[in-house]
Design a protein around this ligand. Structure first.
Ligand code: ZN
Length: 230
């Protein structure tokens, strides 16, 4: 693993342990009970929805990290799973969760420089807000490893989501348009085609209206694009 990243992981881990310590005095530098709760929900969501972005063995991309070989003694074929070390080193307590007002139009934001997730007090009970930010977190982690894994995840998610959404290509065509990309970027930063697919995957799993996890009032727009005649 890259030395700099290894140091970052060490710093984030240590900082997180202090921030979430159940024994620390609750001060401005440590998590409040509500902030603890947001962090523990991330663990729950991680298990339920993000095994693919973590390249875990039982996920849709697990097979990409499998290595088949012959067992020397019995000549049987054995399968080994080789996890990605950078992703293995990550845990959600490295993310400092803060509940703080972000101004009227913002529900939450992930700051990759600070490794912090800030959520506005009015939105802490909305799972889809945390799930949206978690996609940003996992995309950030993927940006730290070999770029081909990102494409592998895109390809597998495309097949999975495409099985449930007939006109997925229409939505991707529209999402990949430069002007549309700029529009969403101005509203809330970069939301890649991979982000779109993962947000739709979560919508489908949670039974949300398509576009809910993406936010920015996308559900109406998505419905229009998906139902367009040509
Ligand atoms: Zn976003």
């Amino acid at each position: 693993m890259d030395k700099e990243l290894e140091n970052d992981f060490y710093t984030w881990k240590k900082r997180g342990e202090e921030y979430y310590s159940p024994f620390s005095e609750k001060t401005v530098d440590t998590a409040s009970p509500e902030e603890d709760d947001v962090n523990s929900r991330m663990y729950d969501f991680g298990e339920r929805f993000f095994s693919d972005m973590m390249f875990e063995q039982d996920s849709i991309v697990g097979k990409c990290l499998e290595c088949k070989s012959k067992d020397g003694n019995s000549d049987r074929e054995v399968t080994d799973y080789i996890p990605i070390p950078e992703l293995q080193s990550f845990s959600y307590d490295m993310i400092i969760c803060k509940i703080k007002s972000l101004g009227k139009d913002y529900m939450a934001c992930f700051d990759s420089k600070e490794m912090s997730l800030t959520i506005s007090p009015n939105y802490t009970d909305r799972d889809y807000v945390i799930l949206h930010e978690m996609i940003h977190i996992h995309e950030f982690l993927l940006s730290k490893i070999n770029a081909s894994y990102r494409d592998i995840l895109f390809y597998e998610l495309y097949k999975k989501v495409g099985n449930s959404i007939n006109n997925i290509n229409k939505l991707l065509d529209s999402w990949c348009n430069g002007v549309n990309q700029l529009g969403i970027q101005q509203k809330g930063g970069i939301h890649s085609p991979l982000f779109l697919l993962k947000s739709l995957d979560i919508d489908l799993q949670c039974g949300y209206k398509l576009g809910t996890t993406m936010g920015y009032s996308c559900s109406t727009e998505f419905e229009k694009v998906l139902n367009a005649q040509k």
